[in-house]
Design a protein around this ligand. Structure first.
Ligand code: RAR
Length: 163
């Protein structure tokens, strides 16, 4: 099972220089809860934006063209096909977690989408790729809780690929 998980602002912005444009701990808690004991797949730039560290309690896969790339506790792959093969052979959910080029490459193969929408506008340089929403059905929307540590109105949306 292949899923994508991401957070975007009201304009579809997802990143700034390999990092997240906002501070929203609730979203990271959601991301942590969804991916635990599963697999996360990211591009090399996102991996480096996250401090070049594997996340605990989940398999981390990094996709790069660099055949000499190395990192501890991480499975390095060089093609989309390697990830598709891995997802087929592996129980649980393989989560595509970014960035833009990686989301774009896997869009045709995804079964489920977990999108966090942050109803604000931020500064940044990377947007989620164009997606044909007519192919997707919304299955749930859950409102995030706004408090002192989570200042932005946000919601967690889940979509399933239509037949
Ligand atoms: N795909 C996503 C992501 C991805 C994402 C991107 C980042 O920067 C580009 C991140 O760095 C800020 C992160 C950070 C994740 C993170 N954790 N994630 C799992 C911590 C803290 C959790 C509260 C952690 C995890 C597991 C074990 C221990 C600690 O810091 C992530 C983000 N959000 C969404 N919706 N989709």
């Amino acid at each position: 099972m292949l899923a994508a998980i991401w957070a975007e602002d009201k304009h579809g912005l997802i990143g700034i220089k390999g990092k997240l444009p906002w501070h929203l701990p609730n979203d990271l808690k959601f991301f942590k809860k969804m991916t635990i004991h599963n697999t996360v797949v990211m591009g090399r730039k996102t991996f480096e934006g996250m401090g070049k560290k594997a996340l605990p309690d989940r398999q981390t896969i990094v996709l790069t063209n660099d055949l000499d790339y190395e990192a501890e506790n991480v499975l390095i792959v060089h093609t989309v096909e390697e990830v598709l093969q891995y997802a087929e052979e592996t129980e649980g959910i393989t989560f595509i977690i970014g960035g833009r080029e990686i989301f774009k490459a896997f869009l045709p193969y995804l079964d489920i989408l977990y999108k966090t929408v942050i109803h604000e506008s931020f500064e940044g340089d990377v947007y989620f790729p164009k997606i044909d929403w007519s192919k997707w059905a919304i299955v749930s929307i859950s409102e995030g809780i706004v408090d002192e540590k989570n200042k932005y109105v946000h919601q967690f949306e889940t979509y399933q690929k239509k037949q």
